[in-house]
Every structure is written in structure tokens, then in C-alpha cells.
Design a protein around this ligand. Structure first.
Ligand code: ADP
Ligand code: MG
Length: 334
């Protein structure tokens, strides 16, 4: 069952031109000249219950705009959008009971108040029962190790601690979907890792569906099975990391440790790129045969000690995707 349906969604920002000075501001009112910017262009996808989806793209790709539309903060310019059956901006109040939202760059906490007060306020706003509130606060406080700073004012927290609090808050009312906009931005490696591990856990154990934006590929690799890649407002990919590797003709490297100097290997699509005596590295370009098949042939003709097959990391895959898009753009412009 799908819980999010995005159908041909477009968002155009209109920015009215301002003229300086008093006369200028009057002129701004009268002329109402504006420029338009298409932040999200004709995007379609749907998300099923229980999924964890990474929304990936460079700065300005339209990620935050999409999250804001899905959470009802912004109204789409055109297209249809449904989250848990409702139109987000029309059902903000009722939808907020079922969704949790975390913005990495904008805090929802009360800066000068102790962390606990922000939680209390959340209890009040969401009309949580004492029982649910205590149970969830204990649960998340344990998992995210909040107890040592829960009585401290938010402003004294490190960024990593604050982000853990933000996430716990967003989950306090047991939402079905958790939206996170760049939840790991600015965090150090260990803090990032804690958050990834936690998100992976609540997706698996608590079945909370997750939609998160990021430009850190590791977020996707560790949390999400599926990724949607956007670029300049357009959706350029929707699928798994593995699928993308295949589509782009992933070049895999195979390191073979021979027992003795092998015969010259002549298999089309295979290239020796590093020769370190008995340890040789081959590049497998796109070929009709599988890597496994080729390694088998080599093994049948030579004495092999060990084999290791290495796939390009996701960073490389995405860079390749962007390069391909750039090339396509240039071809289109010619
Ligand atoms: P991302 O989150 O992927 O970095 P955004 O959704 O924030 O991208 O922005 C997409 C595009 O829309 C950018 O070019 C940005 O400058 C523009 N944009 C974002 N918010 C506004 C706004 N409130 N008014 C005008 N343009 C905006
Ligand atoms: Mg953003």
C-alpha cells in the first residue's frame, strides 16, 4: 500500500522584483515584476509503507522544496500530491499526527529552555497521554542516550546531541512517516554514524517509513534501500544503488592473487590495469559475460590463490551519473 503519492508535482517560486528606496518600493507595488524559478519540475513517484527512501541531489536540486510540499508547509504549483490519503497542505493539522519532521538546519526546539521542556510542550501540542509520553520518552531517551543532557538548555548542546533530540521529538507521537531534511549535515563522523544506526533501527524494528534528503551518499547506503536522485528540479533516477550501478555499466575491479605467473589472459572486456607480480588487478568493462564467469575461466587455466571483486563505491556511481547527465545536456544544446 502506498502512503505517499507524488504525481506530476511542480513548484515554481515567484520572486517579485524590488526597487530600492521609497519611490522604488511604491514602484515595486505597482509594477509587480517578478522572476520565476522552477525548483521542482514534474516529479512523480510513490512510496510504500515501511520503505526508507533517500532523496539525493546537489545543492539547489529541489530537495527541501519537495519535503516542504510533502509535509504541507508549501503548496505545489501544479500536480497531485497525497500523503496518507490526504492533500498535505489542506490537512496539515490532521496529518501532523501521523508524520514527524526534522529539518537539519532549522531547530524546532526552544533554545533557552531545558530539553525536557520542549518534550513537554510536544506532549501538550500532540495531546499525548501520560502513558504514551512516558513510554516513548524513556524509549528514545535510552536509545539516543539523551539522559545526560535532558535537563540542560538546548543552546548548550552539541550539534550531534541536538539532532538526537530533534529526532526523538519528531518520533514522540508515534508517526507513521518520518521526514528528515539533511539530518546529518555538519555532524562529525561518529555523530553521523549514531544517527544512521538509529534511523535504520526504527525503520526495521518500529516500521516507521523514512524519507530523508541528503547529499552524503553514506546516509543512503546505510539507511535506504531506494534512492531518488534529483538534479536542477528534475528527477533523474529512482531505484536501488545496485540497479544504478548496472545501468551505468559499472566497471568492476577484480584483484586476482595467482600462485604462479599466469598465462597471458585474453578475454574481451577485461583489461590488466595493475601488475604487482602475482597480484594483478583487472578492470571489467561492460561485457556480455558476468565477472564471475570470466573469473571462472581464468581459474580454469591458471592456479589461483584468492580473488577479490570490488565494486565502485556509491560516490563514484553518482559522479558518473552526473557526468552522464552533463554530457546529455550538452548534446541537447547542440
Ligand atoms: P535543495 O534543498 O536541494 O538544496 P531547495 O529546494 O532549497 O534545494 O531549492 C531549490 C531551488 O529553489 C533553488 O534554486 C533555490 O534557490 C530556490 N528556492 C528555494 N526556496 C526559495 C524561495 N523561498 N524563494 C525563491 N526561490 C527559492
Ligand atoms: Mg535543502
Amino acid at each position: 500500500m502506498s502512503i505517499i503519492d507524488v504525481n506530476g508535482i511542480t513548484k515554481v517560486y515567484r520572486q517579485y522584483k524590488r526597487f530600492p528606496g521609497l519611490v522604488g518600493s511604491l514602484r515595486s507595488l505597482v509594477t509587480r515584476q517578478y522572476t520565476e524559478e522552477v525548483a521542482v519540475r514534474d516529479i512523480t513517484f510513490s512510496i510504500k509503507e515501511g520503505e526508507a527512501v533517500g532523496y539525493l541531489g546537489p545543492n539547489g536540486a529541489g530537495k527541501s522544496t519537495m519535503i516542504k510540499m510533502m509535509t504541507g508547509i508549501l503548496v505545489p504549483t501544479s500536480g497531485q500530491l497525497r500523503v496518507l490519503g490526504s492533500i498535505p497542505h489542506e490537512a496539515r493539522q490532521s496529518n501532523s499526527q501521523f508524520i514527524g519532521v526534522v529539518f537539519g538546519q532549522r531547530s524546532q526546539l526552544w533554545w533557552d529552555l531545558p530539553v525536557r521542556d520542549s518534550f513537554d510542550l510536544h506532549k501538550y501540542i500532540y495531546k499525548l497521554s501520560d502513558l504514551t509520553y512516558q513510554k516513548n520518552l524513556n524509549y528514545y531517551s535510552n536509545l539516543l542516550a539523551l539522559s545526560s543532557f535532558i535537563e540542560k538548555p538546548v543552546r548548550q548542546l552539541s550539534l550531534g546531541q541536538r539532532m538526537r533530540v530533534e529526532i526523538a521529538m519528531a518520533l514522540l507521537h508515534d508517526p507513521k512517516i518520518l521526514f528528515l531534511d539533511e539530518p546529518t549535515i555538519g555532524l562529525d563522523v561518529i555523530a553521523k554514524e549514531q544517527i544512521r544506526e538509529f534511523l535504520r533501527m526504527i525503520n526495521r524494528e518500529k516500521k516507521v517509513s523514512i524519507v530523508l534528503t541528503t547529499h552524503d551518499m553514506k546516509d543512503i547506503e546505510e539507511i535506504c534501500h531506494r534512492m531518488i536522485v534529483v538534479n536542477k528540479g528534475n528527477m533523474v533516477y529512482d531505484g536501488s544503488v545496485e540497479q544504478l550501478r548496472t545501468t551505468l555499466g559499472d566497471q568492476r575491479q577484480v584483484i586476482i592473487y595467482f600462485r604462479e605467473e599466469p598465462k597471458v589472459i585474453e578475454i574481451p572486456g577485461i583489461k590488466l590495469i595493475k601488475d604487482e607480480g602475482l597480484r594483478k588487478t583487472y578492470l571489467f568493462e561492460k561485457s556480455d559475460r558476468t565477472v564471475f564467469d570470466c573469473v571462472n575461466q581464468i581459474a580454469s587455466e591458471n592456479l589461483i590463490e584468492d580473488v577479490s571483486i570490488e565494486s565502485a563505491d556509491i560516490d563514484t556511481v553518482i559522479r558518473k551519473l552526473y557526468r552522464k547527465l552533463d554530457e546529455e545536456n550538452r548534446t541537447n544544446e547542440l
